[in-house]
Design a protein around this ligand. Structure first.
Ligand code: GTP
Ligand code: MG
Length: 267
């Protein structure tokens, strides 16, 4: 039988496959930020895995808990149907928001406005200066960030340091100032709630998770309808419809929000 879940999935995949920014050559830039080890790289890998229908490791994820693994400003593109074309949206995975050694809020702000060049290695000690070879003096619309995604782990949501929460808030405020839409992706939901570990579909019923989302929403100021619970692909070999459905609904909303901003800015 054709379940509603696989029908939804088909619809979401079609929507994403057919998505086109208004102008030819435009590209939607999605910037991921959040605490170290939150699952930012794993989320990019998960999106690619869902769209390709098999496990992918485009943005290497790390399974150690020390320091930040992602240090470079890197753009990830996803190839369409093994052809030479790419999806018209790209991801930037930024170094984690560690209170001491993480990326500087000032550098995230520079990334918003397209001033950080590909390959820049973030320096937690000092901000990217205009004289640096990785400073992009004349960013195009494609270099700018069109949607900001805050990735936070559900299982350790409330053990985040005050500094990290403050950094998330600062970054969000700057994005708001620039009119950049924001979405949050709550990862590791199965680690946060035993009922979800038992069955991922309980994501929609879990009071426990809803409480966490509400608290997080109040802490950082992202509305509930912009917070998406997901479980990333990080060790399984086989894809599952339930996991896919969560990742796809997050991605669909990210694209929608980003697209709105993009069209508004360029019309
Ligand atoms: N259980 C569980 N583990 C996850 C999930 N997503 C990521 N992980 C694990 O969390 C660890 C960190 O994931 P990464 O994707 O490297 O995290 P990151 O946010 O890119 O980290 P930095 O680049 O260091 O800032 C890895 O061991 C992943 O396997 C998830 O949804 N559930
Ligand atoms: Mg990473």
């Amino acid at each position: 039988m054709f379940s509603s879940l696989s029908r939804d999935k088909k619809g979401a995949v079609e929507y994403i496959n057919n998505y086109k920014p208004q102008t030819e050559g435009q590209q939607l830039r999605i910037l991921l930020h959040g605490p170290v080890g939150a699952g930012k790289s794993s989320f990019i890998n998960s999106v690619q895995s869902v769209l390709k229908g098999g496990m992918c490791t485009l943005a290497l994820a790390d399974n150690t808990t020390h320091g930040c693994f992602t240090k470079q400003y890197t753009t990830y593109k996803i190839q369409k149907d093994n052809s030479e074309t790419f999806y018209p949206f790209v991801f930037n995975d930024i170094m984690g928001l560690d209170p001491q050694r993480g990326v500087l809020v000032d550098d995230v702000k520079l990334a918003f406005t397209g001033h950080v060049k590909e390959g820049y290695v973030f320096n937690p000690e000092s901000k990217l200066s205009e004289g640096n070879e990785f400073y992009n003096k004349s960013p195009t619309v494609n270099d700018k960030v069109h949607v900001l995604v805050c990735v936070v782990p559900a299982d350790t949501l409330f053990s985040m340091s005050d500094e990290t929460v403050q950094k998330i808030r600062d970054i969000r405020l700057e994005a708001s100032r620039l009119g950049i839409p924001q979405v949050a992706v709550l990862t590791k939901v199965e680690e946060a709630c035993p009922e979800i570990k038992r069955d991922l579909k309980n994501v929609y019923r879990s009071i426990n998770l809803k409480d966490k989302m509400e608290q997080f929403s109040a802490d950082v100021g992202i509305p509930m309808n912009c917070i998406f619970p997901v479980r990333n692909y990080y060790e399984e070999i086989d894809l599952s419809d339930d996991t896919d459905a969560l990742i796809l609904s997050a991605l669909r909303c990210i694209i929608d929000y980003g697209g709105d901003f993009f069209n508004r800015k360029t019309v």
